[in-house]
Design a binder for this molecule. Sequence first.
Ligand SMILES: NC(=O)c1ccc[n+]([C@@H]2O[C@H](COP(=O)([O-])OP(=O)(O)OC[C@H]3O[C@@H](n4cnc5c(N)ncnc54)[C@H](OP(=O)(O)O)[C@@H]3O)[C@@H](O)[C@H]2O)c1
Length: 283
Amino acid sequence: MKKNQKSKFAIIGYPIQHSLSPAMHNTAFKALKLPFQYSKIQLTPKQLPSFFRKLRNESYLGLNVTVPHKEAVVKFMDELSDEAKLIGAVNTIVIEDSRLKGYNTDGAGYLQSLVKETRLSLRDKRIVILGAGGAARAILASLCTQGVKQITIANRTFSRAKTLAKEFQKKFNKIQLKALPLPDDHIGSLFKETDLLINTTSAELKKMPFPPLPLNHLPRHAIVSDIIYRPKMTVLLKAAKKAGLKTHGGLGMLLYQGALAFELWTGKKAPLSAMKRALEKIV
Ligand SMILES: NC(=O)c1ccc[n+]([C@@H]2O[C@H](COP(=O)([O-])OP(=O)(O)OC[C@H]3O[C@@H](n4cnc5c(N)ncnc54)[C@H](OP(=O)(O)O)[C@@H]3O)[C@@H](O)[C@H]2O)c1
């Protein structure tokens, strides 16, 4: 490789020490014999402006962005993909000719994982999303493009669920978008007509799982999906399994959002099996 040739990638976030992305991407670079290195950079929100001022002169080809910076980095981009615009957040940055283009691969990554792992056809489906944070926005944006019938957003802070439902209802007028507080006494009757339940809250990560949900009201064909990947079997997935329902875990979302970022950076097909093995080794 020539001196000064760009060869670096990194994930920025706060905190960042537990990120699995370096292992996944370094394995992918090695598998395709690419001379790149992927590291993690811990940045506080205050450090973001000076980091982005210097970034164009450094040897980075791309970045991933994680909590809590996905929305804050939008203003540093020269250009945004359509998904990033719709979601209002960036998780992948491509640096080319000193220009920064922001993408968001979280929603598409979730969708790929869901469809490949469960074979679910989303057309006309009724979906409940628990949570209204960044991940919920990304997943909602992807689901809205799939011809689903109804999406209810249930969130602890009800106002956030209402704002999100209203915003997406304006953009997708053929889908019924609703909001519900979490927990709520009416969730059982809603579950009776639900095909897919997705947990995007960080409640379990914070060791504060919400009160048990009436999963026995879900139809037998329903799928329960949880985007948390550590532990692989979350409290919600264990309860769903016990109720005889099909489950879908969060590791696939991490894998496919990473694979999509890899393809944006390198223009090459991501070595999915190697990346998956790298993740499974450390989860
Ligand atoms: N598998 C993957 O690749 C992947 C990708 C992205 C994120 N994730 C995971 O998804 C989770 C959410 O990420 P995010 O970026 O959306 O976070 P976020 O923007 O901080 O949103 C967190 C959401 O969780 C809710 N919540 C937090 N604690 C709760 C509790 N005790 N009871 C009920 N609701 C609670 C919040 O409700 P309020 O609005 O009331 O605060 C909010 O809706 C994280 O655990 C993250 O690790 C996984």
